[in-house]
Design a protein around this ligand. Sequence first.
Ligand SMILES: [Zn+2]
Length: 217
Amino acid sequence: MALVESKLQIGAASHREVIPAGEPWMGTVKRGQYFRILDLEGNQAVDTLFYRADTIEERYSATDTIRAQGNIYLTTGTALLSNDCNTMLTITADTCGRHDTLGGACSAESNTVRYALEKRHMHSCRDNFLVALARWGARYGRDFGKRDLASNINFFMNVPVMPQGQLRFADGISSAGRYVEMRAEMDVTVLISNCPQLNNPCNAYNPTPVEVMVWEG
Ligand SMILES: [Zn+2]
């Protein structure tokens, strides 16, 4: 896989914000702006959903994105498509080289099925998404929840597909300082769960903070 560095300078970013380990984050990126996610300490999974900023009905679609590019991995050049087949963002730089959109987000339910019943109380990405969606909806007097969840992207997560089609949740290949950057092709609301998972190697069993940055186009 070819790694592509960005020409954007950190000092020129118009917004920088650290997302603490295990926490949700929501923000808006305007059309033409560049949005970067920086893996500060390495091997952190950044579960991400994108919505059209002015309507939650249009959202990132994993199946349309995979079909359009004929490849299951996301990297530089990938157009992230919506369920209406509009390009929401285009990945413009990637120094990690591997991002998953098949593995889904961890949840209390999947933790009990995959690991043990005693894991049910543990914090999960699905809980993070639902909390952030509820806060978003409250701003508009609307009830955003489970029906507004879609298949997500797991930035920096390594889920190779084996020759017979099996998915493997493998050790990460990201490291401190690696990043993925994308240009917004429409105004998008970004919803991130900085994965709190402690049971699989997606974040090296050690959730760590990441940083998001925005540049004007
Ligand atoms: Zn997770």
